[in-house]
Design a protein around this ligand. Structure first.
Ligand SMILES: C[S@@+](CC[C@H](N)C(=O)[O-])C[C@H]1O[C@@H](n2cnc3c(N)ncnc32)[C@H](O)[C@@H]1O
Length: 231
């Protein structure tokens, strides 16, 4: 691929300063979605967690984790430097608990071991074989008893349901007053989407060794799912 061709990195770098403003319209179930992801982290509030956020972007998910767990240390990985610059600004009040790494998590070592690995709206950019490989590497980067929570865009279980989810998403985003430019940008970035069904991803997690694999939330094309590394 030539440098002039758009990539996931260039697509998100271009939108970094506007990314946050349309989140509640482009993720119509925004509150329930992120709330379910954080609620799945069933640790005591004061636990000194070591957490990793894959595809952290502007730090939305990391910010929710930092607020829910006031002494957690959080490592953010993302391949788009302009998105990470926004994350550093957002997380400035808790920056002593934050580490930021610019890298492609499909290839770079994940580090660890971590108590929790989270990801929001990112892993669906990987091809299915890379998702499966990543789930295995996430398993390897967790402490025994650690949890992986993926809040992501998923494929419909059938082509008909996929179509219905997409139509419903568009209608809800418009009903919530999305700016047409933001909607067009999101639709343009969808050319990088490679979503898989929840059922397939739960199976891949179990194959990677995860236990208590489950889907905690689903609303159209948005789902929160994950599992534990056995003790
Ligand atoms: C839709 S944004 C989500 C950002 C944030 N997690 C949120 O919930 O708003 C997706 C992010 O994943 C990042 N990303 C996609 N593929 C990646 C990869 N292989 N390695 C690192 N970051 C990646 C993009 O750069 C982008 O910042």
């Amino acid at each position: 691929m030539s440098a002039a061709q758009p990539t996931v990195r260039s697509a998100f770098d271009l939108t970094a300063t506007e990314y946050d403003r349309a989140r509640r319209q482009l993720v119509p179930c925004f509150d329930g979605f992120y709330r379910a992801a954080v609620a799945a982290l069933d640790f005591p509030r004061e636990a000194p967690l070591d957490a990793l956020d894959l595809g952290a972007g502007t730090g939305l998910m990391a910010g929710f984790v930092a607020a829910a767990f006031p002494v957690a240390r959080i490592t953010l990985i993302d391949l788009a430097p302009a998105m990470l610059a926004q994350a550093q600004a957002r997380l400035a009040p808790v920056i002593d608990r934050i580490r930021v790494i610019e890298a492609d998590y499909a290839q770079a070592p994940l580090g660890g071991p971590f108590d929790a690995i989270v990801s929001a709206l990112s892993i669906h950019h990987l091809e299915d074989s890379d998702k499966r490989g990543l789930f295995g590497r996430i398993f390897g980067a967790l402490k025994p008893g650690g949890i992986f929570v993926n809040a992501d865009q998923v494929a419909g279980a059938t082509p008909a349901l996929e179509g219905r989810n997409k139509d419903e998403w568009l209608a809800r985003a418009r009903a919530l007053g999305v700016i047409e430019d933001d909607l067009a940008g999101a639709i343009d970035r969808m050319r990088f989407d490679r979503p898989a069904t929840v059922a397939a991803q739960l199976r891949w997690l179990a194959e990677a060794g995860f236990a208590s694999v489950d889907c905690a939330f689903k609303d159209g094309m948005f789902a929160v799912f994950g599992g534990y590394k056995p003790v």
